[in-house]
Design a binder for this molecule. Structure first.
Ligand SMILES: NC(=O)c1ccc[n+]([C@@H]2O[C@H](COP(=O)([O-])OP(=O)(O)OC[C@H]3O[C@@H](n4cnc5c(N)ncnc54)[C@H](OP(=O)(O)O)[C@@H]3O)[C@@H](O)[C@H]2O)c1
Length: 322
């Protein structure tokens, strides 16, 4: 243990970081040890990591000094920010800057920055197809991450471009649900375009593969995906894998989706519209072959459904409100 290289994992109690911690801990004879970063080491997920042998360290992305301490002595840092906690592009950038500054101060050898593309580059500034959000972003959680890439320049960084998590089916309420006629349906502004998706577990495993490969991916932008599928194809696979009837796909206009009114509806409407209108660019920036080189266990959507059947079933059939 003592001679293992430490990977300090931001977001260790969450989906991406948690899957990396899991990948490191599972490889008990590997060269790396996990240092799990959380604001609250007493939370259940942090305790579970500690129980499996991971080191747990307290730090806050809003406090650069706490990050410097948490990164001290580490070989690597997995860097992810959580837009959905505050819905602010500016805050996401400030937190990314804190991570980069602390990684620089700690002199780490490899940073993986979980990023996304700048969707503003896909459209002219006066393009009216979707609104600007927070004054200057098309899709704030994409564009802010892309802007934050600059903070990592000069650091030994892998820019990991991730994809839509299929886990959103159960963790973000996006699974098909029964409509008024008792048949399953779901609604997206995706037309017939393909959505670049993957199991979040495979983001952690790919990051681990990148740390293991070391030099090969430093200074590189690496886009990963499990499979690109239309919503119709996804519905067919869910129907077959879950043993339920056909899933009706309501392909609404992006303006309609943006008007749904749930927190982040405008953001999600813009995001899906980018996936829809710029299918070639978005899918072209991600590769399942590269993801498989980093992580030979990469799942396709059928495998993901089979592995997560009970969680998907619960999400498709939520208990009636009491
Ligand atoms: N959902 C998708 O399909 C998708 C796809 C691609 C990219 N993303 C991006 O993924 C990011 C979220 O990652 P996730 O899904 O892994 O999130 P998550 O499961 O919600 O977990 C969030 C993690 O961030 C940590 N965290 C949040 N604020 C922190 C702070 N101030 N200081 C220290 N730690 C903090 C939390 O740690 P503690 O609470 O323990 O402190 C937790 O471990 C988002 O920015 C999103 O844009 C999402």
């Amino acid at each position: 243990m003592a001679d293992k290289k430490i990977i300090a994992v931001v977001g260790s109690t969450g989906a991406q970081g948690g899957s990396l911690v899991e990948a490191i801990l599972r490889d008990a004879n590997g060269r790396f040890a996990a240092r799990a970063i959380t604001r609250d080491p007493t939370n259940d997920k942090a305790r579970a990591i500690a129980a499996k042998g991971g080191e747990v360290v307290q730090a806050d992305l809003d406090d650069v000094e706490s990050l410097k301490k948490a990164f001290a002595g580490a070989y690597g840092v997995y860097a992810v920010t959580n837009f959905w906690e505050h819905l602010s592009g500016e805050k996401e950038k400030a937190q990314a800057k804190n991570i980069a500054d602390a990684a620089r101060a700690a002199g780490v050898s490899h940073v993986i920055w979980s990023t996304l593309e700048d969707t503003r580059k896909l459209m002219k500034a006066d393009d009216k197809r979707m609104p600007m959000l927070q004054e200057k972003y098309r899709v704030p959680h994409f564009d802010a991450k892309a802007e934050a890439n600059a903070y990592f320049e000069g650091l030994p960084t892998t820019f990991l471009v991730t994809s839509f998590y299929w886990d959103n089916l159960y963790s973000f309420g996006l699974a098909p649900k029964k409509g008024a006629d008792g048949k399953y349906e779901w609604t997206f502004p995706m037309g017939d375009s393909k959505l670049a998706g993957m199991a979040v577990e495979d983001i952690g495993k790919s990051a681990y593969g990148s740390f293991k490969a070391g030099q090969q991916y430093i200074g590189k932008t690496v886009g990963i995906v499990g499979e690109n599928l239309t919503l119709t194809q996804m519905g067919e696979k869910i129907s077959k894998g879950m043993g339920v009837g056909p899933i009706r796909y309501n392909a609404v206009d992006a303006n309609v989706y943006r008007s749904f009114g749930f927190p982040g509806a405008d953001e999600m409407g813009n995001m899906f519209q980018v996936y829809r209108d710029f299918e070639k660019e978005v899918t072209g920036a991600r590769s399942a072959n590269v993801a498989r080189q980093l992580n030979p266990d990469l799942q396709n959507f059928d495998q993901f459904i089979a592995k997560n059947k009970s969680k998907i079933a619960s999400a498709m059939n939520p208990a009636p409100a009491a």
